[in-house]
Design a protein. Structure first.
Length: 201
């Protein structure tokens, strides 16, 4: 009988340890960071304007299903010919979005579908040499909902693939050369569909 109780005891300990490992692997909470790289294809009146996007966000994974954080990015615009989009006086157009990032996992495991929403404000940032520097334009609303899939690399790192639509309003301080519908002081929605890949850590 004593051997039976010992067997039950050790089996219970083993089950508890296994449960704790599973909890650590699949119910990670606390600080999480995201690093994303993508491309947006313009739509509507700006359908010949695309942009490369680089962004990072950091925050708290409240539970296995909900992340809330904040981030910043750099969006670099190009025209239909693949050239950098030029403003008057040969200034290149780049956007700096600042945003709140909400990320919802729809399940747990090694492959996880998710939805996301970035919402905030953005501004154009350029200088005489077309480099990131001074010269903000008037700020505008930035909204980017997305859906995607996350793949586990290890217990702390995941590879994310996503797509979505972004709306980004801005009132430019300068006209854009060869783009007659975008003039100085006009409010423009530089919207489009995007695809992104990134790391979660």
């Amino acid at each position: 009988m004593k051997r039976f109780y010992l067997l039950v005891f050790f089996m219970s300990i083993g089950h508890l340890l296994h449960s704790q490992v599973s909890l650590q692997e699949h119910n990670i909470s606390g600080y999480r960071g995201f690093f994303d790289l993508g491309y947006t294809v313009g739509t509507g009146e700006t359908n010949n304007i695309g942009r490369f996007e680089l962004s990072t966000s950091h925050g708290i994974l409240i539970n296995p299903y909900l992340f809330v954080g904040a981030g910043i990015g750099v969006h670099c615009y190009i025209n239909a010919n693949g050239n950098m989009l030029q403003l008057a006086e040969k200034k290149c157009l780049r956007h700096i979005p600042f945003f709140i990032d909400v990320h919802g996992n729809l399940s747990k495991g090694s492959i996880v579908p998710f939805i996301g929403l970035k919402i905030g404000y953005s501004c154009a940032l350029m200088n005489e040499k077309g480099e990131i520097g001074n010269g903000f334009s008037k700020m505008g609303i930035y909204v980017a909902p997305s859906v995607g899939v996350s793949f586990e690399i290890n217990s702390q790192t995941r590879l994310n693939l996503s797509c979505g639509y972004s709306a980004q309003n801005v009132t430019l301080d300068h006209s854009i050369q060869n783009e007659k519908y975008i003039k100085e002081d006009n409010l423009v929605n530089l919207a489009g569909f995007f695809v992104k890949t990134g790391l979660e850590f």
